[in-house]
Design a protein around this ligand. Structure first.
Ligand code: 5GP
Length: 179
């Protein structure tokens, strides 16, 4: 596979679609087992998680599982702004429910912490977290992540729903920035 250029940055192939797919199947299997009798509501965090959520949710075999979407924004370019905004909110009643946050990537954990705090105010029975990617070396906040598909190092990546200034979301594989 070739390197690609998005605006001023060059990215090289990093995780192929086959590896992503089997990691997602593995996570889905765990969720199917753990939450079988919980009527889980999956909460896809837009924009980045839409591709992951679509693939993950199709592997969920819990008949009464549901999915809904919220929209958050914290990154501009390749850096976190340190501020998280919920741009489009939650319309479902989550009180007493098992909610599974579906994230594209957990970096410092700040977005996730903020989101969990917002959701706690609505009194869910429990909040679980499933993320496609996790950067363990970047984590700064005390948040529990229940399901991780793939661990990655502290570097900027794009593809499979993740963007660089809105570009690269349509790439089928995950690419890493070339220093
Ligand atoms: P955190 O709040 O955990 O520091 O950052 C989480 C958010 O930052 C993610 O939902 C994602 O939007 C963005 N982010 C963090 N690392 C990366 C990365 O390597 N690539 C891309 N495209 N976005 C990232």
């Amino acid at each position: 596979m070739e390197t690609i250029k998005l605006k001023d940055l060059t990215f090289k192939p990093y995780i192929r679609r086959e590896e992503i797919s089997s990691a997602i199947k593995h996570v889905a299997k765990q969720i199917n087992k753990d939450l079988a009798d919980k009527s889980p509501l999956f909460l896809c965090v837009l924009n980045g998680a839409f591709v992951f959520a679509a693939d993950l949710f199709r592997e969920i075999e819990i008949p009464d599982a549901e999915i809904t979407f919220i929209r958050m924004k914290s990154y501009i370019g390749t850096h976190s702004t340190g501020e998280v905004q919920m741009i489009s909110g939650l319309h479902e009643d989550i009180s007493g429910r098992t909610v599974v946050i579906v994230e594209d990537i957990v970096d410092t954990g700040f977005t996730l912490l903020q989101l969990k705090e917002m959701l706690q105010e609505c009194n869910p029975a429990e909040i679980k977290v499933a993320t496609l990617l996790f950067k363990p070396d970047s984590l700064k906040y005390d948040v529990t992540i229940d399901y991780v598909a793939l661990d990655i190092p502290q570097a900027f990546i794009v593809g499979y729903g993740l963007d660089y200034d809105e570009l690269g979301r349509n790439l089928k594989d995950i690419y890493i920035v070339q220093e």
